[in-house]
Design a binder for this molecule. Structure first.
Ligand code: IPM
Ligand code: MG
Length: 367
């Protein structure tokens, strides 16, 4: 059998430097564990625009469709802010999500014990936090038609459309219930059924799907209340199921509970391919952070944890994912901190590459 294939798309800003650290980890798994991957690399976002005039070349899109998993760094930066909307770096990312049909976006928010004091909330509110946001990723207002800026009378009007079909809601909901079955068996679905018809349908469909999972406790919450509850008492949640736009916002909020955006991975999964693996792309939740790019300040952990999610969800190597997550926990417990995690007495920051080296050393020590 051929090795599992991974396409690396480092992208812009800190993307390339955090991805360099992921490559060290991939190399370690090959050498120390005999788990080989066929790794290729290509451009996305501003980097692709610079070379091809588009944020994702068709050939790259085709490659992404063929591999077992895509690992993406980050896209965007000030140099591209004034580009036409159609070629902005973010369009490259959205094209990957849409054309690969990656409808289930898993965004875990876990608080590492060693980092509980970095949260803007009190330690006891976040210590031990372990929630999973399931964000629908291929529909809703991000993609609904009509959209655009139109002339209307003597002024312009900007239009986007929130649109969800029953089947789109259903498949996202199923993913959430399946996840909950492997966790604490609770799903909280968030929408705005008080003001949006799409929210009413969302609530109906999730309730119907929930009947197939009698062991899972399903609750519903308006998304604004959900945002409030996330910062009031986040540990009440297990799996949060929500749409594309609310999920974008709520996941940033949940991310910050854990202390740093530099810690959080994500997986975007679609339907199974012929080999049984889901279509998949893995990326850190953080952005391209152009202000610190190229300075060795970025925290590579979110991107390394994204690779751990790939081990778990694409390659059925949960034990190896545990091993990698355990190594990261160890490194943090030992006091290693990148510049996003400063503030403790007497702690000097280590660089992006030193953090990657520390993770590899912890992996090796754990054999
Ligand atoms: C995210 C990001 C993206 C989104 C941007 C970069 C298009 O904020 O993945 O959360 O809005 O989905
Ligand atoms: Mg976002």
């Amino acid at each position: 059998m051929s090795n599992p294939s991974i396409l690396i798309l480092p992208g812009d800003g800190i993307g390339p430097e955090v991805m360099t650290e992921v490559r060290k980890v991939i190399t370690w798994f090959g050498e120390a564990r005999g788990i080989q991957f066929d790794v290729s690399e290509d451009l996305v976002g501003g980097a692709a625009y610079d070379k091809h005039g588009v944020p994702l070349a068709d050939a790259t899109m085709a490659k992404a469709q063929e591999v077992d998993a895509v690992l993406l760094g980050a896209v965007g930066g000030p140099a591209y802010d004034n580009l036409d909307f159609s070629v902005k770096p973010e369009r490259g990312l959205l094209r990957l999500r849409k054309e690969m049909d990656l409808y289930a976006n898993l965004r875990p928010a876990q608080c590492f014990d060693a980092l509980a004091d970095f949260s803007s909330l009190k330690r006891d509110i976040v210590a031990g936090l372990d929630i999973m946001i399931l964000r629908e990723l291929t529909s809703g207002v991000y993609f609904g038609e009509p959209r655009g800026i139109f002339e209307e009378g003597n002024e312009r009007v900007g239009i986007n459309t929130q649109r969800y079909t029953e089947s789109e809601i259903e498949r996202a909901a199923r993913s959430a219930f399946e996840l909950a079955m492997r966790r604490n068996k609770k799903v909280c679905s968030m929408e705005k059924a008080n003001v949006m018809e799409s929210g009413i349908l969302w609530r109906e469909v999730t309730t119907r799907v929930g009947q197939d999972y009698p062991e899972v406790e399903l609750s519903h919450m308006y998304a604004d209340n959900g945002a409030m509850q996330l910062v009031r008492a986040p540990k009440q949640f297990d799996v949060i199921l929500t749409d594309n736009l609310f999920g974008d916002i709520l996941s940033d909020c949940a991310a910050m509970l854990t202390g740093s955006l530099g810690m959080l991975p994500s997986a975007s999964l679609g339907a199974p391919m012929a080999n049984g693996r889901p279509k998949a792309m893995y990326e850190p939740v953080h952005g391209s952070a152009p202000d610190i790019a190229g300075q060795g300040k970025a925290n590579p952990i979110a991107c390394i944890l994204s690779f751990a999610m790939a081990l778990r969800y694409s390659f059925d190597m949960g034990d190896e994912a545990d091993r990698l997550e355990g190594a990261i926990e160890k490194v943090l417990a030992d006091g290693a901190r990148t510049a996003d995690l400063l503030g403790e007495e007497g702690v000097d920051p280590i660089s992006t590459s030193e953090m990657g080296d520390a993770v590899v050393a912890a992996l090796q020590a754990g054999l």
